[in-house]
Design a protein around this ligand. Structure first.
Ligand SMILES: Cc1cc2nc3c(=O)[nH]c(=O)nc-3n(C[C@H](O)[C@H](O)[C@H](O)COP(=O)(O)OP(=O)(O)OC[C@H]3O[C@@H](n4cnc5c(N)ncnc54)[C@H](O)[C@@H]3O)c2cc1C
Ligand code: FES
Ligand code: FES
Length: 1332
């Protein structure tokens, strides 16, 4: 049948079903097709640019040449639909469902507790599903590689890895004792009592993986591939046409006639450029069926590989080849394979082509430096003929530009075999170890005269120090014809420093670091070459330290928790590790998030137009061009708002849409509504706004301090007499530390859908919000109607972390104005870039301190000053400052303590609440102060901490009494569990033996105040109905965002009503079920609403008492049924008033917290001092979480928070331009922790026998406290850096700001090579990025 298909017919399969399309817009990606056209919403949209993995699907194709079927994972957001002819696509819905049979991959991630908010889960599932289709018994390395491009913001990855590890052959071995001491070898692992310790899940329950149950590849596609005649495929869209030629000749003809048309294979460069940079292409040529582009042929001197090959295929082909060749021939091949394994993620490498990569001419390409250093050649072809050109510096002529003529294409690449005496190496340093473009890369090759150390030829290329890759020709000039030794290399460093110069304001910043890396890489090459020469007996020099890569093998981890008391009823789920109640729906893609709601008739999409100036008057707003674009329906401005045009917080007004003046880049000015997402986006881009800049915008905290630009009130607490105490101490030290901000990076961006109900001004607002009542009130005020007409609803959020408390209210209000004005449903889903630009995040912080202490380490007085960069509106900034000042004691009893906190008003986007609410910043400042004291005294930091800790019954600096007993128990247990003393000694030994690698270890405690300091926020509310059939519906005020609140609430209701959890359902949170709710935040949601549900259930249980008595042999169902006939209402409201916390800021005392959660955490890291790379080798965390209601949920929260903290302190970096524009607007630029960042051993221990009379079932709040313990990694890094500095004779305190990213680490290590790099005088140049 297919033989007769016309050239504009696209035929492919999705989940076993055939799809035929005749009119395809070439700009349509598979993701939007799945979600919007087929309503297959399991595949998620997280970033749209290949950077998060939420959209992962499996692509299968039949290859007639080999008669084989080939499966690979891919990002649906970058897969053009037109590219899919002949492919079979499998999405998460295609592999299993709760309605039929779940797939073992789905089951294992769910039951191993690897799904919290669930937004990343389908992507994770599909990455592993694809891996298993290709390799049913993968290794752990295969698993981590497959997941390298899948981000999760909730879990900390450990449970995901644990679940998937069960597919590995090696998982049958416990591995706890290392390879040699496997339990299967007869060596007993752990103690006798380990056998009875409760486990988070039981892998014996898992369904076996049965490859015979998988969907078969459609035979029709095999037939099509075997028999379809060569024909051109073409599709025409609104602005772009697509042609897929069937022969090389046709391709060259097309290219000759359309020299500007791109050739798209992987679409991983063209796609993001079209999407994010607005690049338009009238014609796209897809050469995927030109067989000459995919050939592989070997010659005596090397190998020709087709330019169309994907990076994954190329790697696998080259690997097969080099295994058959003598080693000396394989230098270039091996290094290329190494680099091919690290470019982007597996999803990217599976589609990205070699030709596309070379032609993209990235200045920091991982491959091009090696191809150039390795003397590779290109075969290029056009209608005019064929030629061969070398890949070298002349080939790359500018950013994204090559020397190819527009009508030419790359046909293939020649990779030469290396010769005896030739060595090739590649180096890279990236902001994150995996799935990250490098900051700097290098390819280096040296060729020696036979049997000697005399250099015959050398080639060194760097990427990342200019608009193209560069050849260090002059440096090579001083090496060639000389002996390869220290002396030559030392001369080379000096020349390299001059040659690889970068102006201090070079784009990308980190100039000193990049220059230092150029030297480090050459030094590493030197060491490796020396090692090789020694191995070949060419030289007999003293061996130098061999540079090993940082460790990366994940070890088994412990999660220890308390078992439920003996005698607890089997049916009572409280205290048991019950799976997240939606985990299976999340893993099958059935779980519904806001943007998964079906589209309704007439629905519009809204796109926001934001300010491009930081501080300016708006002088003109021209929407005429936008209004003329196809599909655009209206433009909403402030004038359209029928009610209140501002939101008021802390006495400050914030405009919903700016009218006359803008206060930051990213401030919302108007919104375009159109009939589709792409039309709205295009409309927004066409709105023209003119501005008149206002003078002196403020960006940094220093500028704000200088100009006294603050949001009032500023807060102070003082105990003792700080000023006079300084006179009585042995020593005084003054220091400071800054912390960058943090993006929430919830995987689901801000999302809302406002639906006019059609009468009496009623609206349903579906909104991904942590505080529905606040959103409800905002929408009502904005529309000028009563709250009783607005029903705000949320089923679940794809993560919140504080970022969806206040911000959704403004966004939903604007969306509601659009719905009100057009009288149509309006959906607004922020693009990742807009979300990051508009909605702010954690406050950047500057902490200054003056500390007075005794020679034994006792701290007598501290004067803290905290500044946070609030941005342009107040939001919750003042409350953040309050929380910082309240936590400035952490766990230390400092008799004279003063802290002053100020929220700086600047012209940056407004920052907001973020998990931990100021405590993570405050704790780092306090602990840094202690680290400095220890460094001044030369004492171990843990001893200084111990000597200053609260002991026994204690009183905080705001006069709250508490017991420090559990704090000490956590600390002592952590030290014991992590074998602190032994490992400290081992670290010191390691450091003595290694010059360029250092280890560090640190143990950090936390005390975290629980409940909202504003007593009115501590309420919990619930409504419980029991239906006639005995089923129970619970509604409560809390929102489910992955933290497992609904699961815990279900457990509460089950215990209180004494019915199985399966009888209880929680549908959604809505303001019409439960009114006037408090935010789900401050780690207090489960506690407050759990109590409310408990109260409601107790009422209902009591109401059923007469029935139980009357029908003692009856069942739950029969009593529920009888209640109806006996006119007993089985609906009850539960109201929990919560603690009446308060704080008197005048008197500087109060009870802002109901109780404290304690914890302690030890982390050990290993550093590469030459590059600043680090790896956390082990983390042990002891948490006092009371009596856990659900240990799997709670351990998940602890791990997730820890990883988020680790991201904050060591990885995540927001960058702003000097004019206040956020550069880092997506996962490509902003790195959150990925699988490669998980501590190699990650042990969590629940403190046993801890009771808490203040919370439900003696539990404790824990969503936030443990985030601060991510700082143990920061301080372990600082410890390792101190060891590196001591090698250079530097001792005592030093500044290391947060995040401790590789650049800061490397420069702080101050190795001899780094010291060679001159530092540009601050003030003498305009830096690329602001230090806000
Ligand atoms: C999320 C992400 C992470 C990444 N990480 C890294 C990384 O860590 N390191 C790294 O080095 N790179 C990285 N990349 C870049 C990636 O390797 C390139 O985008 C990719 O290799 C380009 O190949 P493609 O087939 O997708 O090109 P396409 O986008 O399809 O095409 C790119 C360009 O190449 C031209 N072109 C394609 N084939 C030919 C040909 N045969 N002849 C002439 N012109 C041709 C096209 O006209 C077009 O202009 C990353 C990209 C993404 C999206
Ligand atoms: S949505 Fe496709 S990778 Fe993020
Ligand atoms: S569970 Fe992974 S992002 Fe929420």
């Amino acid at each position: 049948m297919s033989a007769g298909m016309p050239g504009n017919t696209l035929c492919f399969f999705i989940n076993g079903k055939k799809v035929t399309e005749h009119h395809v817009d070439p700009e349509t990606m598979l993701l939007s097709y799945l979600r919007e056209r087929l309503a297959l919403t399991g595949t998620k949209y997280g970033c749209g640019g290949g950077g998060c993995g939420a959209c992962t699907v499996m692509v299968s194709r039949y290859r007639p040449e080999t008669k084989s079927i080939f499966h690979h994972s891919a990002n649906a957001c970058l897969l053009p639909l037109c590219q899919l002819h002949g492919a079979a696509i499998t999405t998460v819905e295609g592999i299993g469902s709760t309605k039929t049979r779940i797939h073992p991959v789905q089951e294992r991630i769910a039951k191993a507790h690897g799904s919290q908010c669930g937004f990343c889960t389908p992507g994770m599932v599909m990455s592993i599903y694809t891996l298993l289709r290709n390799k049913p018994q993968p290794s752990m390395d295969d698993i981590t590689q497959a997941l390298a491009g899948n981000l999760c913001r909730c879990t900390g990855y450990r449970p995901i890895l644990d679940g998937f590890k069960t597919f590995c052959e090696e998982s049958r071995c416990c591995q706890t004792n290392g390879d040699a001491n496997c339990c299967l070898n007869g060596v007993k692992n752990g103690t006798e009592t380990d056998a009875v310790k409760p486990q988070l899940f039981n892998k014996d329950e898992f369904l076996p993986l049965d490859p015979t149950q998988e969907l078969i590849f459609p035979p029709e596609l095999i037939l099509m591939a075997e028999s379809e005649p060569a024909r051109t495929l073409s599709f025409v869209g609104e602005g772009t046409s697509w042609v897929c030629p069937s022969s090389l000749e046709e391709l060259l003809g097309l290219k000759a006639r359309n020299p500007d048309a791109p050739l798209v294979i992987g679409n991983t460069n063209v796609g993001p450029n079209m999407k994010f940079k607005g690049v338009r292409h009238p014609l796209i040529i897809s050469p995927t069926r030109v067989t000459e582009l995919f050939q592989f042929s070997q010659t005596p001197n090397g190998v020709w590989v087709g330019a169309g090959c994907s990076l994954s295929e190329l790697r696998s082909d080259l690997e097969k080849l080099y295994l058959q060749l003598p080693e000396e021939k394989t230098e270039v091949l091996r290094v290329l394979c190494q680099q091919l394994g690290i470019v982007g993620s597996q999803q990217i490498r599976n589609v990205a082509s070699l030709g596309g990569h070379i032609m993209s001419a990235f200045p920091n390409s991982d491959l091009n430096t090696v191809l150039a250093a390795g003397n590779c050649l290109l075969s290029v072809v056009s209608e005019g003929g064929r030629r061969e050109i070398p890949i070298n510096q002349d080939f790359f002529v500018g950013l994204g530009k090559t020397a190819l003529k527009p009508e030419e294409i790359i046909l293939s690449l020649f990779i030469p075999f290396s010769r005896k005496g030739e060595f090739v190496r590649a180096f890279r340093q990236a902001p994150r170890k995996e799935s990250a473009f490098p900051t700097l890369t290098a390819g280096m090759r040296v060729f020696f005269c036979e049997g000697s150390r005399l250099v015959q030829d050398v080639s060194v290329y760097y990427g990342g120090i200019g608009p193209t890759i560069v050849s260090a020709g002059r440096t090579c000039g001083v090496i060639v014809n000389r002996r390869w030794d220290e002396e030559t290399l030392n001369r080379a460093y000096d020349v390299l420093l001059e040659e690889a110069d970068l102006p201090p304001s070079a784009p990308g910043g980190k100039v000193e670091f990049r220059r230092s890396l150029t030297l480090s890489f050459l030094f590493k090459f030197h060491l490796e070459v020396m090692h090789k020469l020694r191995e070949m007996n060419v030289i007999q020099d003293e061996p130098q330290e061999e540079l090993q890569p940082l460790p990366k093998n994940i070890q088994p981890s412990l999660q220890e928790f308390e078992a439920v008391p003996k005698g607890q009823s089997q049916q009572d789920p409280v205290g048991r590790p019950i799976m997240h109640r939606s985990a299976l729906s999340q893993a099958t893609g059935e779980a519904v998030y806001c943007d998964d709601l079906p589209h309704t008739q007439g629905e519009l999409f809204m796109s926001l137009v934001t300010s491009s100036r930081a501080y300016a008057k708006i002088t003109g707003l021209d929407v005429s061009a936008a209004m003329q674009l196809p599909g655009v329906v209206d433009v909403i401005t402030a004038k359209d708002i029928p009610g209140k045009k501002v939101r008021t917080l802390m006495g400050y007004d914030e405009e919903l849409l700016a009218e006359d003046k803008v206060l930051c880049i990213g401030q919302m000015i108007c919104a375009v509504v159109a009939d589709s997402r792409s039309h709205a986006k295009r409309g927004a881009a066409a709105v023209k706004i003119s501005y008149e800049d206002l003078p002196d915008p403020i960006f940094t905290m220093e500028e704000a301090i200088e100009k006294s630009s603050y949001f009032e009130p500023r807060r102070v607490i003082e105990q003792g007499d700080v000023s006079s105490a300084f006179a009585s101490v042995d020593r005084v030290y003054e220091g400071e530390i800054r912390l960058g901000g943090q993006e929430h990076f919830y995987m689901e961006t801000q999302s809302m859908l406002v639906v006019p109900v059609g009468e009496e001004k009623e609206f349903n607002v579906y909104v991904s919000s942590q505080w529905l009542s606040y959103t409800q009130a905002a929408v009502a005020e904005t529309l000028g109607i009563p709250s009783n007409r607005i029903n705000c609803i949320v089923k679940r959020l794809g993560g919140g972390f504080g970022g969806k408390v206040t911000k959704p209210a403004i966004l939903a209000s604007i969306t509601a104005v659009a719905a009100w004005k057009t009288n149509r449903p309006v959906r607004c889903i922020l693009e990742r870039g807009d979300d990051m630009l508009i909605t702010g995040g954690r406050h950047p912080t500057l902490g200054k301190y003056k500390v007075g202490f005794m020679n034994d380490g006792r701290i007598v007085a501290v004067d803290f000053q905290f500044f946070i960069n609030a941005g342009c509106t107040v939001d919750e900034s003042v409350v953040v400052i309050e929380k910082m000042v309240l936590h400035m004691d952490n766990i230390y009893n400092i008799p004279n303590l003063r802290g002053r906190g100020s929220a700086c008003k600047t012209n940056l986007p407004s920052n907001t609440s973020f998990r931990g609410f100021g405590v993570p910043q405050c704790l780092l400042i306090v602990e840094n102060m202690l680290t400095d004291v220890a460094a001044v005294l030369g004492h171990p930091a843990h001893q200084v901490r111990e000597i200053n800790m609260y002991k026994g019954p204690s009183v905080t600096h705001y006069k709250l009494t508490f017991s420090a007993e559990n704090l000490h128990r956590c600390w002592d247990e952590c030290k014991l569990r992590c074998e602190y003393e032994t490992r400290r000694r081992a670290v010191e030994e390691f450091n003595q033996q290694h010059r360029w690698r250092k280890r560090g270890i640190a143990i950090i405690p936390v005390k975290y105040g629980m409940a909202f300091a504003e007593g009115f926020c501590n309420e919990g509310k619930a409504l419980v109905h029991i239906y006639k059939d005995g089923s129970v519906l619970v509604s409560h005020a809390g929102t489910e965002m992955g933290q497992g609140i609904h699961t815990k609430i279900q457990q509460v209701a089950s215990r209180e009503l004494q019915v199985p959890s399966s009888k209880i359902y929680i549908s959604e949170t809505s303001t019409s079920s439960v009114a006037n709710t408090c935010p789900t935040a401050a780690s207090f949601g489960s506690e407050a609403n759990g109590m409310a549900v408990k109260i409601a259930c107790e009422i209902l249980y009591k109401k059923m008492e007469p029935l139980r008595k009357k029908y003692p042999k009856g069942s739950w169902e029969s009593w529920a049924n009888a209640a109806f006939y006996e006119k007993i209402s089985l609906s009850a409201m539960g109201h929990y008033r919560g603690p009446d916390t308060h704080m008197d800021w005048e008197k500087m005392e109060g009870m802002p917290y109901s109780y404290f959660t304690f914890g302690a955490c030890c982390s050990e890291v290993e550093l590469d001092c030459l590059t600043g790379d680090s790896r956390t080798v082990r983390t042990d965390l002891v948490g006092d979480i009371g009596r856990s209601m659900n240990p799997s949920v709670d351990i998940g929260q602890i791990e997730g928070a820890f990883m988020q903290g680790m991201g904050l302190y060591t990885l995540e970096e927001l960058k702003f331009s000097p004019s206040g524009l956020l550069y880092t607007r997506g996962p490509s630029q902003y790195k959150i922790p990925a699988v490669c960042d998980v501590p190699l051993q990650f042990n969590i221990y629940q403190l046993q026998d801890s009771d808490n009379p203040h919370a439900i079932y003696s539990s404790k709040g824990l969503g936030e406290p443990f985030l601060s313990l991510g700082s143990s990694v920061f301080f372990a890094i600082k410890d390792a850096v101190a060891a590196a500095r001591s090698e250079s004779g530097l001792v005592g305190p030093f500044v290391l700001n947060s995040p401790a990213t590789p650049d800061k680490i490397c420069l702080a290590c101050s190795c001899p090579l780094t010291q060679k790099v001159p530092t540009a005088q601050p003030g003498s140049f305009k830096p690329w990025a602001l230090n806000i």
